[in-house]
Design a protein around this ligand. Structure first.
Ligand code: NAD
Ligand code: SAM
Length: 512
């Protein structure tokens, strides 16, 4: 048995209050007729708006209409009584701004979407409809029952294959996505309201939103406690409409139904951002130097680029994936960083790409003092081209990312090629380190243990994490931030007396 709808939107509240006012007027002979007529006009305007907006929007697809109908007719009281969901889910949970979401996706040219709070999937299917053929949407939902509810109708839609439903607490799913270095063009926050702010912060802090992406927060005018005086805003929606101190964002609220906030981060151009720079005095050793980092689009390379940039270096962010390279370069130019950087797309497995990369850097900045050869594929050519520049200059710091696998045979996974190549990186580092020291070039490598990046979140490696943990004296995997100071040290003059060195950072794993 469905209870009467409860008012959530400013317009629904207006209708409630005006209806009440007309009832009072009707029962009071002293009220002038003109006042009653005006109240009725205001009620008509408020009453008819949502219906008119719906009528003037394109019709939803047949699977969406069926999903809406099924959601409205379903006995949600019975579902909770039978213990199929943990709490009562009113049918009003459904996002009725589906067509608006669809057009937002289309306009923003989003290719990847994250939805937090799926319910019966009306929003998911609407947004998936706005995605291109190769687009994808991850929907987080706590209740397994809802996936079963939605799937038969998803199956009838051509957009079904774009949707992946992740059942579980949204925060756990966010952590999993962040560890896998996933990034989204659009995030739709529409789950438990008391956690909205936590989701918002996590998404920004863990780089889940691409720099050009948008976060849409549903219900931001909820009940409409945000702008009315004398009402409490216990969910803290107001925060979305005031200036966020930590990240510079641009935001608007669409006053549709109970409001959708649309928020995007604003990167600052390096020239004006320069005035905001706060250098870390400890790391002045690389201030003004020119560095490149390969494989800097994510994972270890990304944090190396940040660390070197924060320490004052100009940074070329090099990656195979153009979007990732540009994304990290944009991060570096954000207001609080103001790092001088460029994004370069290059496959460092191809010598022509490496030459082009070196040319781009030298033509922009005239020199290269710091070379971080970090990308998974390590080619001699990268060092060769870089070293020509460095040997001519009579100064350079080459930092290769080797691995603990240069020392031990990691197990139980089989990785002959990886171990062999990493042992090769170490020997190359040692040999060049000694050969070139008298020409002003130091060559060292960093050997991380098992680092929590997408590299170890592949289907085959992920199940091994628990087993690895028992082999690590530190009792945890390495975080990318555990490696940041090391790269700055090896890039700076402070490490001038070190060459051919393998700086092992593995929580003691190679000792057991
Ligand atoms: N994650 C670990 O546990 C771990 C441990 C020890 C060593 N390492 C080493 O650290 C380095 C970085 O690993 P990660 O964990 O950050 O990996 P990752 O997969 O998260 O990131 C690697 C990045 O390199 C880029 N890339 C791959 N091939 C490239 C190519 N040919 N040209 C340009 N860019 C390319 C990718 O696009 C990606 O952005 C690798 O050399 C890896 O072997 C990683
Ligand atoms: C308002 S509804 C979402 C509506 C949906 N976006 C749509 O378009 O129809 C909120 C959903 O969030 C889910 N939810 C609540 N808390 C959650 C949590 N901690 N993690 C994941 N989902 C959660 C609820 O089960 C519910 O289905």
């Amino acid at each position: 048995v469905q209870t009467k709808s409860i008012s959530d939107t400013p317009m629904e509240f207006m209708v409630d209050f005006l209806t009440k006012a007309i009832e009072i007027a009707d029962g009071n002979a002293n009220i002038p007729e003109e006042l009653r007529v005006n109240l009725q006009k205001a009620l008509d305007i408020a009453c008819d708006l949502d219906g008119y907006l719906e009528k003037m929007s394109s019709q939803e697809s047949a699977p969406l209409a069926e999903l809406y109908q099924k959601t409205m007719e379903h006995n949600w009281e019975k579902v909770v009584e039978e213990g199929k969901t943990q709490f009562r889910l009113p049918k009003e949970c459904v996002t009725s701004q589906g067509q608006t979401l669809n057009v937002l996706v289309h306009m923003s040219k989003a290719k990847t979407i994250l939805e937090i709070g799926m319910f019966t999937g009306y929003g998911s299917l609407s947004m998936a409809g706005g995605l291109p053929e190769d687009g994808s949407l991850v929907a987080c939902e706590l209740q397994p029952y809802l996936k079963e509810f939605a799937q038969p109708i998803f199956d009838k839609s051509p957009h079904d294959r774009k949707i992946t439903v992740k059942i579980g607490s949204a925060m756990d799913t966010l952590k999993e996505l962040a560890a896998a270095a996933e990034q989204f063009d659009m995030v739709f926050v529409d789950a438990d309201k008391n956690n909205y702010m936590n989701y918002y912060k996590f998404i920004l802090d863990h780089n889940l939103l691409r720099l050009s992406g948008v976060i849409c927060v549903n219900n931001s005018l909820f009940k409409p406690k945000v702008y009315l005086k004398d009402t409490s805003d216990e969910n803290g929606f107001g925060i979305f409409s005031c200036v966020n101190e930590e990240v510079f964002v641009f935001k608007v609220i669409l006053p549709l139904r109970d409001g959708i906030s649309i928020i995007r981060r604003v990167p600052m151009a390096p020239a004006c951002a320069g005035t905001q720079v706060t250098y870390n005095a400890i790391f002045r050793g690389v201030n003004g130097r020119v560095a490149y980092v390969t494989g800097a689009g994510q994972g270890i390379g990304r944090v190396f680029a940040h660390a070197l940039g924060e320490a004052g270096a100009k940074v070329a962010v090099v990656d195979l994936d153009q979007g990732k390279a540009e994304g990290v370069a944009e991060e570096l130019t954000l207001k609080d960083k103001g790092i001088n950087c460029i994004a370069i797309t290059a496959d460092i497995g191809k010598s022509v790409n490496v030459e082009r990369m070196i040319d781009s850097i030298v033509s922009k900045w005239g020199e290269i003092q710091i070379a971080c050869n970090n990308a998974g594929v390590h080619m001699d050519s990268a060092s060769e081209d870089t070293s020509n520049v460095m040997l001519k200059q009579g100064y350079g710091k080459i930092i290769d990312t080797a691995s603990m696998a240069s020392l031990i045979v990691s197990h139980p996974q089989k990785q002959l090629a990886y171990n062999t190549s990493k042992a090769g990186v170490l020997k190359l580092t040692q040999t060049l380190g000694t050969e070139w020291i008298d020409r002003g070039v130091r060559v060292n490598c960093i050997s991380p243990g098992i680092v929590d990046t997408s590299l170890i979140h592949s289907e085959s490696l992920r199940p091994l994490v628990q087993r690895w943990l028992s082999d690590i004296p530190a009792g945890r995997l390495a975080l990318v931030t555990d490696l940041q100071a090391a790269v700055v040290y090896l890039a700076s003059d402070a490490s001038d007396y070190m060459t051919g060195h393998n700086l092992v950072i593995e929580g003691g794993q190679s000792l057991w």
